[in-house]
Design a protein around this ligand. Structure first.
Ligand SMILES: *[C@@H]1O[C@H](CO)[C@@H](O)[C@H](O)[C@H]1NC(C)=O
Length: 387
């Protein structure tokens, strides 16, 4: 038995070795391995209950975007503090990669092949039926094994998780603290076809933060559109501390069609969605697009020059509306992302919308860089307080 343990111990050390070298972790590498050993020998996990006398109760939201992440902390007195951090190159690559199965406007054959491949690939939770869950067994087992070793569940999870400690550091220093304790957070993500619920949960797991699912939100992930809608103060009941009253209020809320646009360094994403409450998002696959060829950084060296870039932008912004001519047109435009303040971008957006709709609906764009993280922080507050 002792030999067995020593052997297993050695294999743990070897397995974690790449992490000693790469440093791409959420927590400190040494702490990670120490935790693992400590638990192996039956030690209790240390409670990291740092007292926070100054801050009182607070709620945390994290929004992950194609090129950066944002974090918002919402205090009991209503004050919100937000910070943003650029993603590492592996973060950017992973976000791009997870959008790729959506390259469906290439050609019919590619579409069919992709569809076929997707059917053949292991499914992710939530499972449609038992056979899905059996197909997924190997993948899930591998993830569990890695997690048991204190590693991220997959390389994608590790790459995305790498931004979380930077966000926490940025937030801590803006509050003049060495380390703000974050025990739970709500998280929003872009609507990428290959980004699954367990990826996002594992990112937080790995960072020892519990994942807050918004109340009455029945989608697998909190996508940008819902977070942005809430961040602009839309679709939120006023009497949220009384869940019955809140539900009555919510029943009275009308459906609104919105065009949600996220424009940043790495990508342009658009969603032509319907919501009444902020958590009632209706955004099926034919109503959203993620275009990693139209990020602000692609403008220089764009095929067709800068004018070609804006032409392509104009087309892409309203693509989902043009492709679904029978649908009710957007009543609001919701902006998010770090480049939506760009004057040319706003001009092109208005032109594109005016061309297909005849007029430009109300545009929400104040604080667009952190609007999604403020929205999910609000979800976190409502979930925890109504509890
Ligand atoms: C709200 O509370 C936070 C944390 O205690 C504090 O930093 C902030 O200054 C407060 N805001 C106001 C307006 O009192």
């Amino acid at each position: 038995m002792a030999i067995l343990r020593s052997l297993s111990l050695a294999s743990i050390l070897i397995a974690t070795m790449p992490f000693f070298l790469s440093g791409a972790t959420c927590r400190s590498v040494f702490l990670t391995s120490f935790d693992t050993l400590y638990r192996w020998y039956g030690g209790e996990q240390q409670a990291h209950l740092a007292p926070t006398p100054d801050l009182g109760n607070y709620y945390v939201g994290i929004s992950l975007h194609p090129s950066y992440g944002a974090i918002s902390i919402l205090f009991e007195n209503g004050t919100t503090v937000s910070q943003t951090v650029l993603g590492s190159s592996s973060y950017l690559e992973t976000m791009h990669k997870l959008s790729l199965a959506s390259s469906r406007h290439l050609a019919y054959v590619v579409l069919l092949l992709t569809f076929y491949a997707l059917l053949k690939l292991p499914q992710s939770p939530p499972y449609q039926d038992l056979s899905d869950s059996l197909n997924d067994h190997t993948r899930v087992t591998a993830r569990h094994a890695r997690k048991a070793l204190g590693l991220p569940a997959s390389d994608d999870v590790g790459a995305i998780a790498s931004i979380v400690p930077s966000l926490r550091d940025a937030l801590s220093s803006s509050l003049g603290m060495s380390d703000v304790p974050i025990s739970s957070a709500a998280v929003s993500v872009p609507h990428l076809v290959a980004l699954y619920q367990d990826d996002v949960q594992d990112v937080l797991d790995y960072c020892k933060i519990s994942y807050i699912e918004p109340d009455r939100y029945y989608r697998p992930l909190t996508w940008d559109t819902a977070a942005t809608y809430a961040g602009y103060g839309l679709g939120l009941c006023t009497s949220w501390e009384d869940s019955e009253k809140c539900m009555e209020e919510e029943k009275e809320m009308q459906d609104h069609v919105v065009l949600a646009v996220n424009y940043g360094e790495a990508a342009l994403t658009t969603a032509f969605s319907i919501l009444s409450t902020a958590t009632s998002l209706w955004e099926p696959d034919h109503r959203h697009r993620e275009n990693f060829g139209l990020g602000a950084k692609q403008k220089d060296g764009f095929e067709g020059g800068e004018e070609g870039y804006w032409e392509a932008m104009k087309e892409s912004l309203v693509e989902t509306i043009v492709e679904n001519p029978g649908y009710k047109k957007p009543e609001k435009i919701l902006l998010s992302g770090e480049r939506t303040g760009d004057e040319r971008f706003l001009e092109v957006l208005k032109e594109a919308v005016r061309d297909v709709m005849g007029s430009v609906p109300e545009i929400y764009g104040h604080g667009a860089e952190t609007v999604a993280s403020r929205g999910v922080a609000e979800f976190a507050k409502r979930k925890r307080r109504s509890g």
